[in-house]
Write a protein that binds this ligand. Sequence first.
Ligand SMILES: *[C@@H]1O[C@H](CO)[C@@H](O)[C@H](O)[C@H]1NC(C)=O
Ligand SMILES: *[C@@H]1O[C@H](CO)[C@@H](O)[C@H](O)[C@H]1NC(C)=O
Ligand SMILES: *[C@@H]1O[C@H](CO)[C@@H](O)[C@H](O)[C@H]1NC(C)=O
Length: 327
Amino acid sequence: MTIPISHTFKTLILAFLFFLGIIINTCFYIEPKDVEEIRVELSNKPLESNRPSDKEINRQYCGTDECKFLFGYNFVEQETQSNKHFISFIQIAQLINRAVVLTNVGGSGISSLNNFPFEFYYNIYKLKKKFPKVKFISQSKFQKWTKERYYKPDIIHVLLESSKSNPNFTIQYNTAYIDKLVKERRIDMFDLKLNDSAIFKQIGIGITAGRNEVEKNKLKNFLSDELKNDAEVMLITQEIIRHPMFEKLTPMPYASHVTKAASKLAEKLKPYIAIHWRMEEGQVELMPQCAESLVTYLKNLSLKSGISNFYLATDYPVSVSATVTIQ
Ligand SMILES: *[C@@H]1O[C@H](CO)[C@@H](O)[C@H](O)[C@H]1NC(C)=O
Ligand SMILES: *[C@@H]1O[C@H](CO)[C@@H](O)[C@H](O)[C@H]1NC(C)=O
Ligand SMILES: *[C@@H]1O[C@H](CO)[C@@H](O)[C@H](O)[C@H]1NC(C)=O
């Protein structure tokens, strides 16, 4: 037999539960500050018995309770320039004691959107010898670290730029442009705490060309101060900078499979004339004429030197299968 419950009674029960809810809520309301403290405490404890704490995850990836990374996620220019900039970023990481994320490579560039690991282009072993004080992590390991973390790592975004005319250092805080980073750089493939509270700092480093040692040290001191930050991940990028920011170093060493392939090719071609024909800033209308002049010049050089092999390196988008014969 069922006991009929009147509509009014039901409403009464619902109302009671509702108010009980409010009372419980009020009784257990915690000040925001306490939430933060509890949060920090929790982050050190496993949440489920089989789940490692964030501290343990950090130790596994960084060897310390805390991880601090510097992640140059995008280098706009081609390899020779990107190579220099990457070195500058390693030098910055050393200044502010952060481990460097070894960004992916591909298409003659360095960017987190590329498909190949850093070691496809560069020799990590030699790079570590060049910077014995700096720690490195591969992009894929870094990504894994972000995914494993319970509390997602927080970020600061830094944009460095140089000036053609203003020698002064400048600092500007921008409104966060997470959406742009997600849309253009797919930064959400890393499990970071991407929210509106992240600092977006734009730093002008003055005129980089022809800077002397004293000025370079001044920049180092300035950046050490300005880039001090508690965020676990520093996303960093640069604009307009065309020179090494600090002391000029030899390029990042290339992967041995690259240098071996180059040597093999050189052995096969020897003796040969190598041409680096940079068309990037050439004028399109003049190109046919330039090309003819180049051929004339090379023919002459070939006649004089008796060398008939040529190696042409150019940024013209020649399809991979195309071959060029100079007759
Ligand atoms: C650079 O700083 C100096 C000294 O503070 C100032 O006089 C000068 O106007 C600044 N230059 C520019 C381009 O802002
Ligand atoms: C972003 O993170 C900060 C720090 O934890 C927090 O106070 C804030 O509420 C978050 N903002 C959003 C929109 O999630
Ligand atoms: C070939 O090279 C010589 C010596 O550099 C030069 O004098 C001559 O004009 C060149 N000829 C052509 C066709 O470029």
